[in-house]
Design a protein around this ligand. Structure first.
Ligand SMILES: [Fe+2]
Ligand SMILES: [Fe+2]
Length: 186
């Protein structure tokens, strides 16, 4: 059973993101495209759940300091931009390596900022029960987006994870929003 407290859950996922970046760097030429795809899918699901569940919570908690959440959203958009450029580069080319290193720095700095500015605010303002409830919502959101689609046997949800990263995050986010009955769900 994984962590349910949203703060611990996201920190755990950041550890996994760091590991997946390392996996791409260390992979052999043949294994690299697959490792890269695993990273992209994990990131898409993680960032979509944050955009839909976590940042809105943080926006309320950080009401007087809403700039923090705006900055995080801007960083997530920058990462999407970098990823779509990366998707146009050939895996293993010099261009890919340079852009990949840039993306890794940006995403890890972004995760650090979440851990130092956003998550402590959530931890300070909510009790354990509430943090668990938000964590369950994150898990539910992520469960709607399977990370291993099977070609030829795709449910509509699995199809969400086919295609460029930007579209992936946005489609996952829309499904989550719809399922949670949030704004724009109708
Ligand atoms: Fe994020
Ligand atoms: Fe994150």
């Amino acid at each position: 059973m994984g962590e349910s407290n949203v703060v611990d859950l996201l920190i755990q996922q950041h550890v996994e993101i760091r590991r997946l970046f390392g996996e791409v760097r260390d992979a052999s030429a043949e294994q690299r495209p697959e490792a890269f795809e695993r990273l992209v899918r994990f990131l898409a699901v993680h960032e979509a759940a944050e955009e839909e569940v976590v940042h809105p919570e943080a926006r309320q908690v950080l009401a007087k300091d809403a700039g923090v959440v705006e900055a995080l959203l801007a960083e997530e958009n920058d990462a999407k931009q970098m990823l779509s450029e990366l998707e146009r580069a050939e895996v293993g080319s010099l261009d890919f390596d340079a852009k990949f290193a840039m993306l890794e720095r940006a995403v890890l700095a972004h995760a650090d900022r979440e851990e130092t500015e956003e998550l402590p605010a959530l931890r300070a303002e909510h009790d354990e029960l509430r943090l668990q409830a938000i964590g369950v919502a994150v898990k539910a959101a992520e469960a709607m987006a399977p990370t291993h689609p099977h070609p030829g046997l795709q449910t509509p949800a699995e199809n969400l994870l086919v295609g460029p990263f930007v579209g992936m995050v946005d489609r996952v986010r829309d499904v989550v929003r719809h399922a949670m009955g949030g704004p724009g769900s109708k």
